[in-house]
Design a protein around this ligand. Structure first.
Ligand code: HH2
Length: 285
């Protein structure tokens, strides 16, 4: 049975797993500026656990295309009070590119480091290797400030993204991390065209075939808006649910989403329908 180990937590990946998104940022693309205080953010995180989220992913920096970076102090001030409160209620992930923020969040009780820059920073590798946390290694072309500025190009997007992630994961293993703590994520929307995003999701089984748990974050993203002709991210829920169900059936293990209750219900339903026939769908067990 495949497990993803994150600190004191071990997730059985035979079942679909849901990571709820909790952005404590003024400027995230879909839900920025939602919370007036840490208490309000904690309440929203607790609601996600109650709705069936396995993990709540707390982020203090928007990484939407064109976003300005925040200072590590500002980021830490946003996330730490929220991480500390939520960690008593369930598995908390810290969505950061900053080693100092990651270290402080682990000390506050977080059990996962979700790094959208894919552990390019050696200091981030050190922080992860020195703890027993789980990690999400994500692929991003360039930096958020510039990643969509020029038309992204790949000769073969699936092969290039997968090989990059496998290399980064191997680096983490060399640094002393055991394999079952490491998850990979193709980074939907991070330096990719609509067609690249659709291809990566269609072929998500190629990522699962590496043997690492696969996290997928497609919720409310602009490629869904492009396909459906929907400008407002909050109106992209149905499209997001379609992606979650499809991606899980094709091999993704953890779905990173804004709409936890809806996603949990859709995945439970799909799981019931699939029953014991999952093997025939080509899922990697
Ligand atoms: N996407 C976003 C942020 N973090 N982490 C992982 N592992 N995978 C993703 O696809 C991913 C991520 C961007 O989305 P969001 O957090 O909703 O917005 P913002 O970065 O504007 O806060």
């Amino acid at each position: 049975m495949a497990l993803w180990r994150c600190g004191g937590w071990a997730f059985d990946l035979a079942r679909p797993r849901v990571m709820g998104i909790l952005n404590v940022t003024p400027d995230s693309f879909s839900d920025g500026g939602r919370f007036g205080s840490p208490e309000e953010a904690v309440e929203a995180g607790l609601a996600m656990f109650a709705e069936g989220a396995d993990i709540v992913d707390v982020g203090g920096e928007s990484t939407r295309p064109g976003a300005d970076p925040v200072t590590p102090d500002e980021e830490a001030a946003r996330v730490l009070p929220v991480v500390e409160e939520l960690a008593g209620a369930g598995c908390v992930s810290i969505d950061t590119r900053n080693a100092a923020t990651a270290r402080a969040a682990l000390a506050a009780g977080a059990a996962v480091i979700n790094d959208v820059s894919g552990f390019r920073d050696p200091a981030m590798i050190e922080v992860a290797a020195a703890s027993d946390c789980g990690v999400v290694v994500m692929h991003m072309l360039g930096e958020p400030k510039t990643m969509q500025a020029e038309e992204p190009h790949y000769d073969d997007v699936v092969v290039e993204v997968r090989d990059y992630l496998a290399t980064q994961a191997a680096m983490l293993e060399e640094a002393g991390m055991v394999r079952d703590r490491i998850a990979i994520d193709p980074g939907i929307g991070f330096g990719k065209t609509v067609e690249h995003n659709l291809t990566l999701i269609r072929d998500v089984g190629e990522f699962a075939a590496t043997g690492y748990p696969v996290v997928l974050g497609a919720s409310r993203k602009s490629f869904i808006g492009a396909v459906l002709g929907i400008e407002d991210p909050k109106q992209r829920v149905a499209g997001s649910l379609a992606v979650a169900a499809f991606a899980w059936l094709r091999g993704a293990h953890v779905l990173r989403v804004h709409d936890v209750r809806e996603t949990v219900e859709v995945l439970r339903m799909v799981e019931a329908l699939v029953g014991d026939s999952r093997a025939h769908l080509g899922r990697v067990p």
